[in-house]
Design a binder for this molecule. Structure first.
Ligand SMILES: *Cc1c(COP(=O)(O)O)cnc(C)c1O
Length: 232
């Protein structure tokens, strides 16, 4: 068995354990395999082991892989920072976008979404760590953004996403995830339907599952360490 297949099995096992401890259904936690910097061959191996959802951060790299993997039924998620001149290619090629933190970007994704595709699934990225992070809407501005995005016709607002600052122990990892969960509840109380919490990466997904993550975004634990080489 190759490394990717055994890594995937190990991650699935940890998901099961964490779900059990949290008294949650493992099926309610979607594993998103983050394949940035990895080859189409690596993605194909994960696919053959049953993985269907893949996340990419860099548009051109993702488009190249999509072309190479056209024969597979992959659900592609865009999880990187979104530049406004890239929205058309993103909305034409992906099923999900996780990093939306500005109305202008959401409007463009909606306007440019091809009519023959279903609405684009959106997660709003929230800046939950207290430190100066460059991306993510501030919690105080989140409700207004959610209200505006939920009105856009070619988008389907699914939930919230966060990339908290790394913390060493599970208790500290859980704090920002708990904050994201509470923010989500507040939006739902205002009558906006959300069903997704995209939170947790290789180093903190157990904590995220315990705070209600419904999508965990895992790269290193599946594909190994990334080598950004000279182009990234
Ligand atoms: C790279 C990346 C991940 C995966 O990180 P790992 O630590 O390798 O699991 C998850 N989410 C986002 C937004 C990323 O950019």
């Amino acid at each position: 068995m190759n490394a990717i297949v055994s890594n995937l099995q190990a991650v699935r096992h940890v998901i099961m354990q964490a779900a059990l401890e949290a008294k949650r259904e493992p099926a309610d936690i979607e594993l998103l395999a983050v394949s940035k910097t990895f080859t189409p061959k690596a993605i194909r191996e994960a696919y053959e082991a049953g993985q269907r959802e893949f996340g990419e951060n860099y548009l051109q790299e993702a488009l190249d892989k999509m072309a190479a993997l056209e024969d597979l039924k992959i659900v592609w998620h865009f999880i990187g920072p979104i530049q406004s001149n890239k929205t058309r290619a993103i909305t034409e090629n992906f099923a999900w976008v996780h990093g939306v933190d500005r109305l202008k970007i959401a409007q463009r994704l909606s306007e440019q979404r091809p009519l023959d595709l279903p609405p684009l699934n959106i997660c709003l990225q929230v800046n939950v760590s207290d430190e100066e992070s460059k991306s993510g809407v501030e919690p105080g501005q989140l409700l207004e953004l959610a209200q505006e995005v939920s009105k856009l016709p070619r988008l389907k607002l699914r939930g919230l996403m966060a990339i908290p600052a790394p913390a060493d122990d599970e208790a500290n990892q859980r704090k920002p995830f708990a904050q994201l969960r509470k923010l989500s509840h507040k939006i739902v109380e205002r009558g906006i339907t959300l069903d997704t919490l995209s939170m947790g990466m290789s180093h903190d997904y157990v904590a995220a599952i315990k705070e209600g993550a419904t999508i965990i975004r895992i790269g290193t634990a599946i594909f190994g360490a990334r080598d950004y080489g000279e182009n990234k």
